[in-house]
Design a protein around this ligand. Structure first.
Ligand code: LLP
Length: 430
């Protein structure tokens, strides 16, 4: 079937060079590094908003709600900016629910995903009046029914089905294969709906799926959606009227030379497969909204040459940005102030953490000197949120630029705060 793709607006470039200086919207990155220190995450509000609107526009004409996946970037300012556009949120923990509420998000547009919801988290979701629980097993369904009954509430439920589709992405971020821990095998879903429909403290309203992340082709989405659509039709035939279809997240971005589909192309597939059914569509993008809206700034501490291997040791490390170490993630690394090119060499860009896996990029051609600043691009998703205090390193500060304005949206941690929750042993008995 021919798919109508709306024409796309010209791409907004949030981190352009102006002359030899790299900018974030109206701010020179080296100025931000001087002002706030490094390592520093810098987000572009315009880039975030543009990407979010890309999804919203892509589904125009269908009843829909874009629910940003908080796990990708949970900074309150990020959530706030998106909530002001009307975003809903996809959460996976009670902590993320608290964040959404603290950021001014509407709990009524929250979808609670995740394979291991605790009773406490279920109670919090019910108390907040969230839009839907995406249930991933029969045991979870029974637990939710019990928790809701005890609170005298009716829990809105979507089953997250596992459509058994290979998203052709890194194995750590593929979730829709039969062998993964996620979802309910789609062929078992009908029986689970029947069971849920018989529980008075549950309302079976939706079906959801999410097959993986950083997906760069439309085919896995189309395959998964077709299976979900067939299930919706089958359930309707059995008297279970599904009103909500959650198509998950997972659309990839360009880190290097990938050519992922645009949100418009993705939306066209959703329309093509689900169009005509009386359902509200939820979409849960994370990476595609914030991934290319953020960079990580680091300062070159040392240049060294070890037996022919050249290293640029910078002050950001795997604790700040773990994607290279964990998924072989590749992010472009650019100098914040370009030099002439005469000092160009191939470097492994590595951090101070005591692990050989602590690198941000390998074999990068750079013209840098000690004291220079570099930007690690495409760090807005699964960046700060996956950071840790390993090696007792205070976590980075975060800044959001908005045109000419700059907001510090998370101050840098202090070393003394890292052990503030700990105690020494009692004094020895005399
Ligand atoms: N919905 C559900 C139920 C999810 O599990 C996820 C991501 C999303 C939405 C958002 O997916 P996205 O649009 O961001 O692809 N830390 C890994 C990615 C883990 C993704 C987990 N689930 C990474 O850095 O690549």
């Amino acid at each position: 079937m021919a798919v109508a793709v709306p024409s796309e607006p010209p791409a907004f470039e949030p981190f352009p060079y102006r002359g030899d200086a790299l900018f974030a919207e109206g701010s020179r990155l080296s100025d931000l590094a001087e002002r706030f220190g490094t390592p520093l995450y810098v987000y572009s509000r315009t880039a975030l908003e543009t990407a979010w609107r890309g999804f919203d526009d892509a589904l125009a004409g269908m009843a829909h709600q874009v629910c940003f996946a908080v796990k990708a970037n949970g900074n309150l300012a990020v959530l706030d900016a998106l909530a002001r556009l009307g975003s809903g949120f996809d959460i996976v923990s009670g902590g993320e629910l608290e964040r959404v509420i603290a950021a001014g998000g509407d709990p009524g547009s929250v979808i609670f995903s995740g394979v291991g919801k605790s009773r406490e988290e279920m109670r919090a979701g019910l108390a907040a009046g969230i839009r839907s629980f995406n249930v991933e097993s029969v045991s979870e369904l029974e637990r939710l029914a019990e928790v809701a009954r005890d609170l005298g509430r009716v829990a809105p439920v979507a089953l997250r089905v596992n459509p058994d589709v290979d998203p052709k992405t890194h194995p750590h971020i593929a979730t829709g294969l039969r062998s993964s821990k996620f979802g309910i095998p789609i062929e078992e879903a009908r029986a689970v709906y029947a069971k849920g429909a018989g529980m008075r403290s549950l309302r079976m309203t939706g079906v959801g799926c999410h097959i993986g992340s950083q997906i760069t082709s439309l085919d896995p989405f189309r395959d998964a959606l077709r299976r979900v659509a067939a299930l919706v039709d089958e359930l309707a035939g059995n008297g279970i009227g599904i009103r909500e279809v959650d198509v998950g997240g997972g659309l990839g971005i360009r880190y290097r030379d990938e050519t992922p589909p645009s949100p418009a192309e993705y939306g066209a597939v959703v329309r093509e497969v689900l169009g005509g059914r009386p359902v509200t569509v939820f979409v849960e993008p994370g990476r595609a909204v914030c991934g290319n809206a953020g960079v990580l700034l680091a300062r070159v501490e040392y240049l060294k040459d070890n037996g022919g291997a050249r290293f640029a040791i910078v002050d950001a490390a795997m604790n700040d940005f773990i994607r290279p170490a964990l998924y072989d993630g590749w992010s472009r690394i650019l100098p914040c102030e370009r030099r002439g090119g005469g000092g160009r060499a191939l470097y492994t860009v590595a951090g101070p953490v005591c692990e050989s896996g602590d690198f941000l990029g390998r074999d990068r051609e750079l013209d840098v000197r000690e004291g220079d600043l570099v930007a690690i691009l495409s760090a807005g998703a699964y960046g700060f949120v996956m950071s840790s205090n390993y090696n007792s390193r205070p976590r980075a500060a975060e800044v959001m630029v908005d045109g000419e304005r700059v907001h510090l949206v998370r101050r840098r941690e202090r070393a003394d705060e890292l052990h503030a929750l700990e105690s020494r042993l009692p004094a020895p008995p005399r």
